[in-house]
Design a protein. Sequence first.
Length: 224
Amino acid sequence: MTVDIWDAHAAQRLASGPPQPLAPPVRMEWTQRSDFGPGTEILGADLAGLRILELGCGPGHNTAHLAGLGAHVIGIDRSRGQVRRAAGHYGHTGAEFVCSTAAVHLRGESRQLDVIVSVFGAIGLSEPFQLLYTCSRRLGRRGVLAFSVPHPQRTGTIPTNPRTHDQVALPDGTPAVVDRWDIDPAAWVRALNRAGLLATGVHHLFARAGARWPTTLLITARKP
């Protein structure tokens, strides 16, 4: 299961000692490269006071950045180890970190959200269509959903079977496999429409230097 991979990843990071407090990153990253592509401007001009949820926060970098802008942010991750890392690094920022799956946490939310983000997180790592619908139900009017996933054309062709397996490496170099949903950009837009969301941006990002094919797909949508 995917959770085993991320727990193993966190365990290796934690093996060197407890996570130390860090300053929040100076910008939000949607790709594997720092200082590349858009930042939080795609979420709105002023995020102060907004209720934001990050699906699959990992070590908490983006959640902490959003909290530093004055937003009320919760980062969720299904890996307890990753949540421990995130809280150790950024618990002092006011961000909240919760161990949960995206679907369970969203179904338990009683208040409407202003923004939902996923950066190589739950959207794309689990069956996405029901999750998009659940996101739509939790967003308030004019609420924003923004997510980035590995671009389905990153190897040159879009897979005919949307359920694919990616080779990844743990921090110590051990190979592992991640299940992903590689979906054509137009299919993402149709899925968003069916979920009651209006796609507002589809960005094809070449997030590796010299990449021949786009490596990251970044999509934004809004609740009408």
